[in-house]
Design a protein around this ligand. Structure first.
Ligand code: RP5
Length: 168
């Protein structure tokens, strides 16, 4: 069976951020594959990857791009599977340019857009896992455990700070 998540990025230079997506999917036990596929520099191949991926069983697409970030929108136009967009920093407005290019889709063709940069790349993985967990009870359990572990980490940090004795 094909990987349920396909990660697309506009440039190999985007991998520095998008590797967070792969790492989080690995932590949650979700299989994925990644491709460099530009909406501008290689449009025909991008459309081919998306339609072949959908036919092969990809269930969620995660698209990261910077600057005139049209990759997620183009992907959303080529599939009815959920598309998550990760805006990347590096453009003239530090990622705000990519955020607007990714999020401002016309009605009827949604892109679920997450935060700019590494937090967004990680959240794209979590959101994809949450979507897949709707029909996968074992993954649902892993997502819930990860959320509980995260809360425990915050509680442990709080306990460490409170125990430091330096509070006024
Ligand atoms: C976008 O343009 C890519 O997603 C990348 O973030 C940005 C710059 O691409 P490179 O010139 O670094 O390849 O298409």
């Amino acid at each position: 069976m094909t990987e349920p998540v396909m990660i697309l990025m506009g440039s190999k230079n985007d991998w520095d951020v998008l590797r967070e997506t792969g790492a989080e999917l690995d932590r949650l036990g979700v299989r994925w594959r990644a491709h460099v596929a530009s909406a501008h520099r290689s449009l025909a191949r991008t459309l081919e990857l998306v339609s072949r991926g959908e036919a092969d069983g990809v269930r969620v697409f995660i698209c990261g791009a910077g600057m005139a970030a049209h990759l997620a929108g183009v992907t959303a136009g080529a599939t009815v599977r959920p598309v998550i967009g990760v805006p990347l920093p590096g453009g003239v407005a530090g990622g705000l340019d990519a955020l607007l290019a990714t999020v401002q889709m016309p009605g009827g063709v949604p892109v679920a857009t997450v935060a700019v940069g590494k937090a967004g790349a990680r959240n794209a993985a979590v959101l994809a896992a949450q979507i897949l967990a709707l029909s996968d009870p074992e993954l649902d359990a892993r997502v819930r455990r990860a959320r509980a572990d995260q809360a425990a980490t915050v509680a442990a940090a709080d306990a460490e700070l409170a125990g430091g004795g330096s509070q006024r």
